[in-house]
Design a protein around this ligand. Structure first.
Ligand code: PMP
Length: 359
């Protein structure tokens, strides 16, 4: 357990006189469509973050020349708060999200967010909207920080002003069924030297057209491959990928800077190591994957990410073929990881890694 950092930034807190929490059906939440009562907002100008406010959720008024809308100088994060079984709200690894946010900021020429400001904003916001954290088995509060360039300026230059927004959505299961992924050969998500390793808004914008194409064919997400050899697996749309070939659990290295270093990925690696499973961090080629499938030794494949936690892959599409994976009930690895994550988050098991921060 960790304590919230002491305040050095004043946040002006305006509590909403009304709440819409009673209108929400927490048993049937659709992901990302329902928003809590409050939001956090801060502005960066004259070299520092200021105007920190928590206020009733509202729309933004932007100048048509707002730089981020044109040139995509914008980054975001995704993290979650959970109620443990006693109803105590706790946030999962916010230090890791801050670290990654600031890595994204650095790559996108956006000023870093100081730790005390970030933690104070997140913890106060979650405290104020704590009654929005679902108590259901699969429920959590998704927290979305984002930063974007706000200079009103037509022309390419790093912005001098930015806005930091944080809002929250009560959410439940992201995928209802095993995920159907398609190995995408035609379009490439990220190259060495690009921005694939950070959470830049444009990374996602460029995936929309190929995503629409494969959704029309009945797939959920792309399984991206690298743009240099056109043969190595990278990651799934919003998840890192793990495969189990025989007894070996393998996940893809992130040191090329093309794959987002997932916090769920890191947590799963820790859990697997702790349990004595050999985690191999190495490249996997399309051929190795399909050969393993053909040989009947592709025992498991799953994505890991904040939204879905651990999502078993049901089908891998490649060219005109579909490769079906073993039934989800038989998948020891992904089922075990999912359960371990749930038990730590819900406080069923001791938080021996110090991942849960009390709100
Ligand atoms: N890859 C991409 C491209 C993502 O957007 C995400 C979601 N943040 C992930 C992987 C998984 O990262 P995390 O486990 O930190 O959510």
């Amino acid at each position: 357990m960790k304590e919230t950092i002491n305040k050095t930034y004043e946040i002006d807190i305006q509590v909403s006189p009304v709440s819409s929490v009673n209108t929400v059906d927490f048993e049937n939440l659709s992901f990302g469509k329902i928003f809590t009562d409050h939001m956090f907002e801060a502005n960066y100008r004259d070299g520092r973050w200021q105007d920190c406010t928590i206020k009733p959720l509202t729309t933004l008024q932007l100048h048509p020349a707002t730089s981020a809308l044109h040139y995509g100088q914008a980054v975001f994060e995704g993290m979650k708060a959970f109620n443990n079984l006693e109803g105590k709200p706790r946030i999962f690894r916010p230090d890791m999200n801050l670290k990654r946010l600031n890595q994204s900021c650095e790559r996108m020429a956006i000023p870093e967010v100081p730790e005390e400001l970030f933690m104070d904003a997140i913890f106060n916001l979650v405290r104020i909207d704590a009654n929005w954290i679902p108590d259901t088995n699969d429920g959590s509060l998704y927290i979305r920080p984002l930063i974007f360039a706000t200079d009103d300026f037509v022309g390419i230059k790093p912005s001098d002003t930015f806005k930091l927004i944080i809002f929250c959505c009560p959410v439940s299961k992201y995928y209802q069924k095993p995920v159907r992924v398609y190995i995408q050969e035609e379009y490439i998500r990220a190259f060495p030297g690009g921005t694939g390793g950070v959470k830049a808004a444009g990374n996602y914008g460029a995936t929309m057209m190929p995503l629409r194409t494969i959704r029309e064919k009945g797939y959920d997400q792309m399984l991206w491959i690298d743009g240099v050899t056109h043969n190595r697996l990278q990651e799934i749309g919003t998840m890192n990928v793990f495969v189990q070939i025989g007894d070996a659990v393998i996940t893809i290295p992130t040191d090329e800077g093309t794959i987002l270093e997932g916090i769920t990925r890191d947590s799963c690696i820790e859990l697997l190591k702790e349990a004595g499973y050999p985690v191999e961090i190495r490249d996997v080629t399309i051929q190795e994957l399909l050969n393993a499938h053909k040989a009947g030794i592709l025992a498991d494949a799953f994505g890991t990410g904040t939204a879905a936690t651990v999502a078993p892959i049901g089908t891998i599409g490649y060219k005109d073929n579909n490769y079906e994976l073993p039934p989800v009930e038989t998948r020891k690895m992904s089922n075990w990881l999912k359960q371990e994550m749930w038990e730590i988050r819900k406080g069923v098991k001791e938080d021996r890694f110090g991942w849960m921060w009390e709100v």
